[in-house]
Design a protein around this ligand. Structure first.
Ligand SMILES: [Zn+2]
Length: 215
């Protein structure tokens, strides 16, 4: 059974691949790390997830693979290719199942690790008082608290993919999560929105790392 990627999805893949290359140039993807995905707009049972092991400076729209949400398997048309989606595919699929995200970005940028370390032993980082919080969808004021869930790193990705669900669902405003010693996941309802949310996260990381406040 063949699988044809729709023109609509292909345009989104091109947009996201271009963003991946830009992000790579800013240190988000050392040593092929990081992974990216889209919710298919035309195949509702499928997410398009980045291929494992690709140097992100070379990443293109052809490096996305169709993965079924339910079975968590790659579409059969791709099975004989020997290609493999990211090791962290399950986390992307879980995020699509519990949020309205249409695009998920996963970065290993160093500041995200240092920021998570500021909140050692805490289940989430609480952010408040920054004007740029209004860069997050639906946020109209700096006068609110946003909790970013933090999880310990693990190689049990399937277990982690289940563990994140209640923590994300418990947050009224959810835009991302942190993995200690690992990186950050950020999502949005479009490639553009996910990129904007990532810019807010990077600003938050820098602010908290430079302000030397005690937490
Ligand atoms: Zn990772």
């Amino acid at each position: 059974m063949s699988f044809i990627i729709s023109a609509q999805d292909y345009e989104e893949m091109k947009k996201l691949a271009s963003l991946v290359r830009v992000m790579n140039s800013f240190g988000h993807n050392p040593a092929t790390s990081g992974n990216y995905s889209l919710r298919s707009k035309t195949a509702p049972e499928i997410a398009l997830v980045s291929e494992s092991g690709i140097d992100k400076s070379q990443f293109s729209e052809n490096n996305f693979l169709p993965i079924f949400y339910q079975s968590r398997q790659m579409h059969e048309a791709y099975l004989s290719s020997g290609r493999k989606s990211s090791d962290e595919t399950d986390i992307h699929l879980s995020l699509y199942q519990i949020t309205k995200a249409n695009c998920v970005l996963h970065s290993h940028i160093l500041d995200s690790l240092l920021f998570a370390d500021l909140f050692y032993g805490k289940p989430y980082a609480t952010i408040e008082g920054l004007e740029l919080l209004k860069g997050f969808k639906g946020i109209k004021t700096h006068e609110l608290k946003i909790h970013i869930p933090i999880f310990d790193n693990t190689q049990d990705i399937a277990g982690l993919a289940e563990q994140i669900k209640p923590a994300i669902l418990a947050q009224e405003n959810n835009f991302g999560l942190l993995l200690r010693g690992h990186g950050v996941y950020v999502w949005g309802e479009s490639v553009e929105e996910a990129k904007r949310h990532l810019e807010v996260f990077e600003y938050i990381f820098k602010y908290y790392l430079n302000s030397r406040r005690g937490y």
